[in-house]
Design a protein around this ligand. Structure first.
Ligand SMILES: O=C[C@H](O)COP(=O)(O)O
Length: 356
């Protein structure tokens, strides 16, 4: 299933702007009241009437204490929404257990989404308890809206493990947290069920009103248009001299130690829009850096050839890229840099069908 776009709105007018400009899930909250500020129930009723079932509506149950009864009554007051989001923010295992036990009584009638906060640590182990309590889904957001993005709190490898754990438990899984437009192509490969936005939908802070153009811009990124590109200029998007310490090498002396490896990659990307277009039309060099970081984080790899081929395949899996040159150089073997450079094209036997 393709990743969906959740837009947080505070009133009927914003809900219609989100709906008309490509949002897939309308999330009702009061952004001035924090990460989980609840909109009043009248605003929720107005939005449900305006959306009229065209898209699912989620409602935030508020920034609450973990007191089981207040959680339960906040959920009950929003039971007409398609989903109710409940923040689970506590380091206290007993308190969390009590809250989950009380909410489990609502989980049959109301589709509950547990919201966890990356700035309080990411614990995929919690997901078992959330699934056992009957929740429909889980979302990772940021509690403090201080400009730091989700990716500043958790690397992509951690986010990917979180999404995979949710999927294994059949939990509908969302990611959010001061996400900006350039984050979208980096997060799409994780295949979360949805990405959530508020601040990026406004021209100023997250408390300002949302803008139709910004909503449409995020929608275009979350739902990228694949397909053939008319013949025209080819851009070369590159990263050069990206140096990492990693475990690499087939010799015994290369095991259990790290050495510097330099990565340079150039992707050939036919231009989609005259004049460069917007974020939705470009292939970001961030994606190449993310691919390198993922390989480096994986642990020991014997051969530079393996790394180069895997990087080429990952980069060519994006349908916007038609060719790629990958250079991998070991820097600590002696007086010279030593390594490999390969060039691969979309459709080469190494590099299967494009995936997005
Ligand atoms: O549910 C998602 C949040 O409303 C995201 O808000 P934000 O993008 O301002 O962090």
């Amino acid at each position: 299933m393709a990743t969906k776009f959740l837009a947080s709105v505070r009133n009927r007018a914003e809900a219609l702007t989100a709906l008309d400009n490509g949002a897939d899930i309308i999330d009702v909250k009061e952004p001035d009241a924090g990460a989980l500020g609840a909109a009043d129930t009248q605003s929720l009723a107005d939005i449900l009437a305006a959306v009229a079932g065209r898209k699912p509506v989620s409602a935030v149950a508020g920034t609450l204490s973990m007191a089981p009864e207040s959680l339960a009554s906040a959920v009950a007051a929003r039971r007409h929404a398609d989903f109710v989001k409940v923040g689970l923010s506590t380091p206290d295992a007993v308190q969390l257990g009590n809250a989950l036990e009380r909410l489990a009584a609502h989980a049959g009638a109301t589709r509950l989404i547990a919201v966890l906060f990356a700035d309080e640590g990411v614990d995929p182990g919690l997901l078992d308890r959330i699934a056992a309590a009957g929740f429909a889904g889980v979302m990772l957001d940021t509690a403090r809206k201080d400009g730091r993005r989700l990716i500043d709190h958790a690397p992509l490898s951690t986010l990917s493990a979180f999404v995979d754990a949710a999927r294994r438990l059949d939990l509908f899984c969302g990611l959010a947290g001061a996400l900006e437009a350039p984050d979208v192509p980096r997060l799409l490969p994780l295949r979360a069920d949805y990405l959530g936005f508020r601040g990026a939908l406004t021209d100023g802070g997250r408390g300002d009103g949302i803008s139709a153009a910004r909503v449409a811009g995020i929608a275009a990124l979350v739902h990228p248009q694949a397909g053939p590109v008319a013949p025209g200029p080819v851009d070369r998007v590159f990263i050069r001299d990206f140096v990492h310490d990693m475990e690499i090498g087939a010799y015994g002396f290369e095991r259990g130690r790290r050495q510097r490896v330099r990565f340079s990659i150039e992707a050939e990307v036919p231009r989609r829009a005259a004049g460069g277009g917007g974020m939705a039309d470009i292939y970001s060099y961030d994606l190449m850096m993310d691919a390198v970081r993922a390989i480096v984080a994986r642990g020991h790899i014997d051969l530079v050839e393996t790394i180069a081929e895997e990087l080429a395949a990952t980069i060519l899996a994006d349908s916007r890229v038609t060719g790629v040159t990958v250079r991998v150089e070991k820097l600590d073997l002696g007086p010279a840099a030593a390594g490999i450079e390969i060039r691969r094209e979309a459709g080469d036997s190494c590099c299967g069908a494009a995936s997005n």
